[in-house]
Every structure is written in structure tokens, then in C-alpha cells.
Design a protein around this ligand. Structure first.
Ligand SMILES: Cc1ncc(COP(=O)(O)O)c(C=O)c1O
Length: 433
């Protein structure tokens, strides 16, 4: 009788990893900075690897799928739209694009006009171009991550780019530095900032807006992460500020690639004097997905669910940290919280342990639960946290001492480039409200 050699999940996965290394993967980007996994499929908040092992995803696919992977009403709309329209049209102006732009105008008061792309990087680059064309000025001041494009990366970890863009300066979320740079390098076209909501409170956003206006610059708020996650109407609405332009992407078309630059009609008119063409703006399925996603968000239920899941995770993680007398904290905004360990190395080991127990979380990553997360998944993650921390402590010995502010300064600088002074001035601590 022929016998087949049983293949273990580990062996299946290892074989995929070998093939990945040979033909596609980067050790640094795919396997080190992220989870060392070859993933296969997702459903709701669950995801399976190449060997069929199940994990709980607490990143909502890096924010791309706030309703969960394969959310049925969105999926159905995509499939119907493919069949109805063919999926792509010869010209960029489609009925669904018009409908979506109208919907965004109703949702975000600043969005008098919208233009569309596929990625967040394209949207932020386009917003900067529009600001330069509108103002005729070239200097741009920036803080935070806006994607992989060259113009703003020079103050981050080495990117291998020779030289630097002389017209873009990172003010590292420091309003005094913003003042200095504006004086030294003005006139400014724009200041573009990604809200780091757990480190810089809404009051900071209002102080930022006042400083930017004092220098006569346009204000661009990069809402790629926050627009569909922080609150209905986006971060700028909640913070009570009025940017000239905003960028949106993550979650806009639940799981489908779509991004937008939206803003004041007068500024968006710069589109007439430049070129922002892109072939796949002719695709109609992302617009259909976005309309279905916004329908799902309309009654606020997904926001409430993401908030409740995040709040329970924060509570459970903090209980585990306190139970093991480890100075670490999950904080503060439930739909997009951070986890900070005073002993960062312990944090890294802790999350590796979580991952090996089927919980996709990463130290230094943003926690963005999807609305599809089930109560039992949250309970399982909290139970895994207790065990993982015990194992991590055994492996590392006692947690290294240190103070929270020093750890926060290091964490913020590594994650999104800050000055110690601005974190000291604005970091609200672990506000559990
Ligand atoms: C605030 C912000 N802006 C821009 C981007 C870039 O978006 P993408 O990765 O789709 O190019 C990201 C992605 O993480 C982001 O978080």
C-alpha cells in the first residue's frame, strides 16, 4: 500500500518561506519588520497562513479593512459592480466616482472637491503638489509618516536615498521648530501632518493650526489612518480644526485600494494647472466598495464596535501588565491604540510570544481592531497576554527599569520622528479616559 509522508504545518510553511526568499520576500521588510509569515486568506478578524494556521488580526489588515476582511455587503457590491460595469472604463469620470465625491463632501465638510488614487502615498504626494501649485511656494514642512515616496523621508531611518529633498523639512511635531524652519525657509506652501493621536492631544492640533496660519501656509492633515477610524468626520472634525486639504485611504473602500485628496474648492482648483493622471482611477470597483463601506459606517455601528473591542483589549492588556508588575501600558484611543513598554526589548519578546499563540500584534505597531472582531477573540488575546508575559519574563529575566517619559520619547522618535521637547510638552501620559 502506498504511503504518503505526512507533511506538518511547520514544514508546509517553511517550504513557502523558502520559495518566498528565492522569488519575492525581503528579509527586512516582509520577514523582520512584519510577521514572519506567509499569509493565505482572511475572513473577518481572522487570518490563515500558508499552513492553514489561524491567527487573530488586531491591525484590521494594517487599517485597510475596518469592517473585517471579506465583509459581505462590500464583497457583494464589488462582485456586482464587476459584472455590471466590467470593472474598468476608458475614461476617468464615472458615475460612481461622482457619487463617492458627493458622499465625501457630505461626510467631511472640508471635502468640497475630491480626486482619487489607489494608495495613501500617492494621495499625500498629490496633496503636496496641489499646495505648491496653488501657492506658488515650494517649501513644505512635515511631521509623521506619509508613505514611501521620497519627498519626506530624509529624517527617518536611512532609506538609501542619496542626498535630500532641499524643499521639505521635518519639524518633528515640534511647534517651536516649525516656527524656526518657517522663518528660515519660508514662504511655505504647506504644512502636512499625520495626527499621532495617542501622543499629541486634540489641543495640540489646534495649536498647530494657529502656528501654520500665522505663517500663511496651507494646512494638510494626513488622515490616511485616522479618517475612517478616529471618529465620524475624521480627526480634524473631532479636533475642531479646518485644514485646507485632507488625505484619506485606509478603510475607505474596506479592503480595496483607494485613496483620495479632498479639500477646499479654491485649493483643489490647482488640479487644472498640473497633472495627476493615473490609469487605474478608471476602475469602478473601488468606488463601489467605498460606497458600500460608507453605507455600513452610516449608522455608526462599526465605530462603536471598534471602540468597544479596543477598550476591552486595552483593559485586559493593562491588567496583564499590572499582574506581572511590568511597567507597560496600552493607551489611549481605543480604535487605534499603542502599547509602550519601558523595557522595549521585553515588549518585543512579549509580542513574539503573542504571535506564536495566534495573536497578530507587533511591538511598535499600531493596534487597530476591526469591527468584525469577536468577543471570544478578544478574550483569547487577553488570556494569551497573561501567558506570553510570563514566558517573556522568564526568557528575559526581570524587566529593565526606566521612566515612562524617557521611554515615550524614544518610542515616539523611533516611530514617527519627534523632538524630546515636544513629547515632554504634549504627551498626556496614559490617559485612560
Ligand atoms: C498616515 C499615513 N499616510 C500615508 C500612508 C501611506 O499609505 P500607503 O501605504 O497606502 O501608500 C500611510 C500608511 O501607513 C499612513 O499611515
Amino acid at each position: 500500500m502506498p504511503t504518503s509522508t505526512p507533511v506538518s504545518p511547520e514544514a508546509t510553511h517553511a517550504e513557502f518561506l523558502d520559495r518566498a526568499r528565492q522569488f519575492t520576500a525581503s528579509e527586512t521588510w516582509d520577514l523582520d519588520r512584519r510577521f514572519p509569515l506567509v499569509l493565505d486568506r482572511g475572513e473577518g478578524a481572522a487570518v490563515w497562513d500558508a499552513a492553514g494556521r489561524r491567527y487573530i488580526d488586531f491591525t484590521a489588515c494594517s487599517g485597510a479593512a475596518p469592517l473585517g476582511a471579506g465583509h459581505k455587503p462590500v464583497l457583494d457590491r464589488i462582485v456586482a459592480e464587476l459584472a455590471r460595469s466590467g470593472g474598468v472604463l476608458p475614461g476617468p469620470l464615472s458615475t460612481l466616482r461622482v457619487e463617492l465625491a458627493e458622499r465625501l463632501a457630505a461626510l467631511f465638510p472640508v471635502a468640497e472637491r475630491s480626486v482619487f488614487f489607489r494608495t495613501g502615498s500617492c494621495a499625500t504626494t498629490a496633496a503636496v503638489r496641489l499646495a505648491r501649485v496653488h501657492t506658488g511656494a515650494t517649501t513644505v514642512l512635515t511631521s509623521g509618516y506619509h508613505g514611501w515616496h521620497d519627498w519626506h523621508l530624509q529624517d527617518r531611518a536611512p532609506m538609501g536615498i542619496p542626498g535630500r529633498d532641499p524643499q521639505t523639512h521635518d519639524f518633528r511635531y515640534d511647534l517651536d521648530l516649525l516656527d524656526e524652519l518657517a522663518t528660515a525657509h519660508g514662504p511655505l506652501a504647506a504644512v502636512i501632518v499625520t495626527p499621532e493621536v495617542n501622543f499629541f492631544p486634540e489641543e495640540y492640533a489646534r495649536a498647530l493650526e494657529a502656528t501654520v496660519r500665522r505663517h500663511g501656509a496651507l494646512l494638510i492633515i494626513d488622515e490616511v489612518m485616522t479618517g475612517l477610524r478616529y471618529a465620524p468626520g475624521g480627526y480634524h472634525t473631532a479636533a475642531g480644526i479646518t485644514p485646507d486639504l485632507i488625505t484619506l485611504s485606509k478603510g475607505l473602500a474596506n479592503g480595496t485600494a483607494l485613496s483620495a485628496v479632498c479639500g477646499r474648492a479654491e485649493v483643489m482648483e490647482a488640479v487644472e494647472h498640473t497633472y495627476l493622471g493615473n490609469t487605474y482611477q478608471r476602475e469602478t470597483t473601488p468606488f463601489a466598495a467605498a460606497l458600500a463601506t460608507l453605507d455600513e459606517f452610516a449608522d455608526g455601528t462599526p465605530f462603536t464596535r471598534m471602540h468597544d473591542v479596543g477598550a476591552e483589549l486595552i483593559r485586559g492588556l493593562n491588567e496583564a501588565f499590572a499582574g506581572h508588575s511590568v511597567t507597560a501600558e496600552a493607551f489611549s484611543h481605543p480604535t487605534m491604540f499603542d502599547v509602550l513598554f519601558v523595557d522595549g526589548d521585553l515588549g518585543r519578546v512579549f509580542f513574539q510570544e503573542m504571535w506564536s499563540r495566534g495573536v497578530l500584534m507587533q511591538y511598535g505597531g499600531r493596534f487597530m481592531p476591526s469591527a468584525a472582531t469577536r468577543d471570544e477573540d478578544v478574550a483569547a488575546a487577553i488570556a494569551a497576554a497573561d501567558v506570553s508575559l510570563g514566558v517573556a519574563l522568564e526568557e528575559r529575566g526581570k524587566a529593565a527599569d526606566g521612566d515612562v517619559l524617557t521611554a515615550a520619547i524614544r518610542f515616539a522618535d523611533e516611530r514617527f520622528v519627534t523632538t524630546p521637547a515636544t513629547v515632554t510638552r504634549w504627551f498626556p501620559g496614559f490617559d485612560r479616559a
